[in-house]
Design a protein around this ligand. Structure first.
Ligand code: HEC
Ligand code: HEC
Ligand code: HEC
Ligand code: HEC
Length: 417
């Protein structure tokens, strides 16, 4: 797959593996530098990567290029002091070279970078990459800051804290003990978020709920909904008077949307199983009289009289609620284990073509992760990896890697068979 990544950019090049000064003379491992001869019309049928070594003169020439064209933005020796601009020191040289080519060809777009590289020769790019790869990486930002930031941001814990004041009415962990108060368990978090936002913006009219929720940010509402989505479902501990059998018969028309036995599989339609009966009957009534506006439910509630509503409510209240399909989000370090498969232990890539993440600027990491998510920066692997990340995940992972100890470019070279 990585080979494909290389060919996709139609680079037919060789890798230059250099034992640079940075990796220390006692090291038996070598640094890697991407090298040249790229696209010079000698493309062979294969795209074999052939190791070559950079010498001190290559690095010295790279330093001259860097000082003349790059240092103003990337800092002396490739340690950036500017928001949004990555450190280059100690970055994997083959990766640096591939990215420089990508800026040149327009495959990766950034105006500053396009301007910086457009008139540089391939040889200059190779040597600049070799130079930066040979520099000592930046120091990690205090990792304790990263850690406490992610601990504070555990979405389930923050959701729980924000929901502390809700238990008085909605019951401990969302199982109602008060007739008329809805349970909040067994619901898809997306439904709960939509319902809470509807109260906040006045689309669903309830002054009391509006007041309770107005102090909670939209991001926090997601956490509250997630918290309830992860609680163990149980029937509301409230009475459910009514004829369940009659209710069951009348509920035939409801299963298509609210699911068999009231367990919905569609986030747009709330589950009704185990819900407080008085709340269910009242909800049908307010749909019918239009106080709660929903055209579909209004039409469905129109033919129901009070006793039919009670019976349906009793039937659903007695069904067993089920957990919605929601997974506890992975912590930054859980997620990072997946990233490390490609980016190396603690983000210290041992594949010359893959970027190291350790001690990279957090603001830059966030920026590029969002760029992958939006498709502004193109990479099949990273589009897939970043697609499901929340903003909090991006922030946490960026802080996590920014706090990791970087290791100078050292590649573990296995003997061929
Ligand atoms: C005017 C400021 C500016 C100059 C000059 C500049 N860069 Fe950049 N560079 C940036 C910015 C901003 C980014 C991040 C762009 C992005 O998100 O794609 C970047 C990104 C990069 C990247 C990608 C790093 C990564 O981790 O993916 C490389 C490689 C790079 N620059 C090398 C160079 C080299 C080599 C030079 C000199 C020839 C240079 N840059 C000159 C601003 C600059
Ligand atoms: C004083 C009692 C009370 C408190 C406290 C309260 N609620 Fe409510 N909540 C209600 C009532 C009553 C309803 C039904 C309102 C209606 O008919 O629309 C409701 C409805 C809801 C609904 C819609 C349920 C559904 O099935 O559509 C959600 C979601 C909700 N509340 C969340 C919360 C959250 C989160 C908190 C805490 C931040 C909270 N509530 C605090 C009484 C309360
Ligand atoms: C075509 C799909 C559809 C059908 C059929 C349907 N519903 Fe609904 N129902 C919805 C949607 C969508 C909502 C959420 C509307 C809103 O946001 O207020 C809803 C909401 C409800 C609620 C409020 C739940 C809560 O937690 O606040 C009740 C009670 C309800 N439906 C009962 C019924 C009953 C009883 C029937 C059968 C007579 C029925 N529904 C048939 C789509 C449907
Ligand atoms: C299947 C391999 C793979 C996995 C797993 C993976 N990545 Fe990547 N990552 C890549 C490749 C390939 C690139 C270079 C893509 C490009 O050229 O834009 C990359 C680039 C990046 C970059 C850009 C670095 C820079 O200097 O610009 C960041 C940040 C990043 N990945 C973060 C992550 C995070 C966080 C995870 C885990 C959630 C992750 N990656 C998982 C393959 C992977």
């Amino acid at each position: 797959m990585l080979e494909q990544l290389v060919t996709k950019r139609s680079i037919r090049n060789w890798l230059l593996i250099a034992c640079t000064a940075a990796s220390g003379f006692t090291s038996t491992l070598c640094s890697t530098v991407a090298l040249s001869q790229a696209g010079q019309g000698k493309a062979t049928a294969t795209d074999d990567l052939r190791p070559v070594y950079a010498n001190a003169q290559d690095i010295a020439e790279g330093k001259r290029v860097a000082e003349a064209s790059c240092a103003a933005c990337h800092g002396a020796n490739g340690i950036s002091a500017t928001k949004g601009i990555p450190h280059l020191a100690g970055q994997r040289p083959a990766y640096l070279y591939l990215e420089l080519r990508a800026y040149q060809s327009g495959a990766r777009s950034d105006e500053s970078m396009t301007n910086a590289v457009k008139f540089l020769s391939d040889d200059a790019l190779v040597k600049a990459a070799a130079y930066y790869g040979s520099q000592d990486p930046a120091q990690p930002v205090a990792s304790s800051a990263g850690k406490s930031a992610s601990a504070k941001k555990d979405p389930v814990q923050t959701g729980k804290a924000a929901a502390a004041g809700c238990a008085g009415c909605h019951g401990d962990a969302g199982v109602s003990k008060t007739a008329g108060m809805p349970s909040l368990i067994g619901m898809d978090p997306k439904y709960l978020v939509a319902a809470m936002k509807a109260y906040k913006n006045g689309q669903r009219k309830n002054e009391m709920m509006k007041n309770f929720l107005s102090a909670i940010s939209d991001a926090e509402l997601e956490n509250v909904a997630l918290y309830y989505g992860l609680q163990k479902p149980a029937r509301a501990q409230t009475p459910a008077a009514g004829d369940q059998a009659a209710g069951k018969a009348a509920a035939g028309a409801c299963a298509g949307c609210h699911g068999e036995q009231g367990v919905s599989t569609n986030a747009a339609n709330p589950s009704l199983a185990g819900q407080d009966a008085q709340y269910l009957a009242a909800a049908l009534q307010v749909y019918k009289d239009g106080a709660r506006s929903d055209e579909t439910m209004k039409a469905l509630a129109a033919p129901l009289d009070e006793s039919a509503m009670k019976n349906i409510a009793a039937y659903y209240a007695n069904q067993q609620p089920q957990p919605p399909k929601v997974q506890k989000p992975l912590s930054a370090s859980d997620l990072a284990q997946r990233c490390d498969r490609c980016h190396g232990v603690d983000g210290n890539s041992t594949d010359p073509r893959l970027p190291a993440l350790a001690a990279q600027r957090a603001d830059y990491l966030e920026k590029v992760l969002h760029a992958y998510q939006a498709g502004a920066r193109k990479s099949t692997a990273m589009a897939a990896m970043s697609a499901a990340m929340s903003d909090a995940d991006v922030e946490n992972l960026a802080a996590y890697y920014a706090g990791k100890k970087p290791r100078a470019v050292v590649f573990v070279i296995l003997p061929g068979k």
